[in-house]
Design a protein around this ligand. Structure first.
Ligand SMILES: *Cc1c(COP(=O)(O)O)cnc(C)c1O
Length: 359
């Protein structure tokens, strides 16, 4: 009999929201934090052109992309690694720095892929409690054990949407033992950049990695491109774990074009923020509690797991798919990606009708 290895056999696959609309209804997916709009036409054009050389392997060193990213952020191109989505980098970091003798620590309601990465590495997965759905530096520091090898913090966080300040992250880093690698996942960083607290300089310490993604503000989820800034010694090990030629030529070209059109990306962030405010105001008027979000989604507290389930079903019946959060210990919550004004209005109307029917 052919048997998988134990740690894979005992693992469940990464769960995404069920994406299907009822007969005849248009599917409105507000479940995966995809961008509110497609990338700029220039991006698609550049990617298509890259396919003219589709018989050749892509640049395994992502040189043009690293150059574009480093120029934009004033970084050294050599300290950048690019992944097929930042998930690629998260998994590679876990496999390179954790194993069955080590633990990965993160926050209570953290991004679920951190757990998947721990399972891939066979590492123990530890969590520290949050305070008001926000990462607690004290709790994380208290939860460090002698075998803690990695700490993952998404900032802003998913699914809560909350963030902690640069000062808090520095306090975390300074409180962690030197032997612990801190990974700050800034997949939503572009939505918070206007706050003026970039973290890239922390990487110079040699014990911290900062990750970013093209999937969210840049609207390139379909291209699968992420990147990270690494201390050289850490990058050296992570690179060994990654498949060569991991990002297609079309995707690399798309990401370069996207980096070079900052105006478009910043406009996407501005549109998203204004529609987020629009939706939050309507949700609050309906008596729904919504977290203060610094991302392209909001987390709604519905009051109970049962009510969350009923609201989810009621919206699903109309083709609107949100993301339930039982998997991260927030069964009373639903996460909604900021979509078009029409889709958000329709969702708010249905939420209002649901509340009325409830009496
Ligand atoms: C969406 C997301 C990612 C990333 O994804 P990729 O599409 O793999 O770049 C990483 N971290 C968090 C917290 C996310 O929400």
């Amino acid at each position: 009999m052919i048997r998988p290895v134990d740690h894979i056999a005992s693992m469940s696959g990464y769960a995404l929201a069920q994406l299907s609309a009822p007969e005849g209804a248009r599917l409105i997916s507000l479940s995966q934090n995809e961008s509110i709009r497609p990338p700029s036409p220039l991006v698609a054009e550049t990617a298509a052109k890259a396919m003219a050389d589709g018989h050749l392997y892509p640049d395994p060193d992502w040189q043009e992309l690293r150059q574009a990213i480093s120029e934009l952020n004033n970084l050294h191109a050599r300290d950048i690694l690019c992944g097929a989505g930042s998930m690629d980098l998260i998994a590679a970091i876990a496999v390179a720095f954790a194993d069955e003798g080590r633990a990965i620590l993160t926050s209570e309601h953290a991004y679920p892929f951190f757990r998947t990465a721990a399972q891939l590495a066979r590492a123990r997965y530890d969590t520290a409690p949050e305070r008001e759905l926000t990462v607690s530096v004290e709790a994380l520091l208290e939860a460090v054990r002698p075998d803690t090898a990695l700490v993952f913090v998404a900032n802003p966080a998913n699914p809560t949407g909350t963030r902690i300040s640069r000062a808090e992250l520095l306090r975390l880093r300074e409180g962690l033992p030197d032997s612990v690698l801190l990974v700050i996942d800034e997949a939503y960083g572009e939505f918070a950049d206007h706050l003026g607290e970039p973290l890239f300089d922390l990487v110079n310490r040699g014990d911290t990695v900062v990750l970013r993604s093209f999937s969210k503000a840049y609207g390139l989820a379909g291209a699968r491109v992420g990147w990270g800034l690494f201390p050289p010694a850490i990058a050296h090990e992570v690179r060994k774990v990654m498949a060569p030629n991991n990002i297609s030529a079309a995707s690399q070209a798309a990401a370069v074009a996207a980096v070079r059109d900052q105006t478009y990306m910043l406009e996407t962030c501005a549109i998203t923020a204004s529609l987020r405010t629009f939706f939050c105001e309507r949700a609050m008027r309906l008596g729904l509690e919504v977290t203060e979000s610094h991302t392209n989604f909001v987390l709604m507290r519905t009051g109970s797991a049962d009510r969350a389930r009923r609201i989810d079903q009621c919206l699903r019946d109309k083709g609107i798919i949100l993301r339930a959060q039982g998997g991260v210990g927030l069964a009373d919550c639903l996460r909604l990606t900021i979509g078009s004004e029409d889709d958000l209005s329709l969702t708010a109307d249905l939420l209002g009708a649901f509340a009325k029917e409830e009496g």
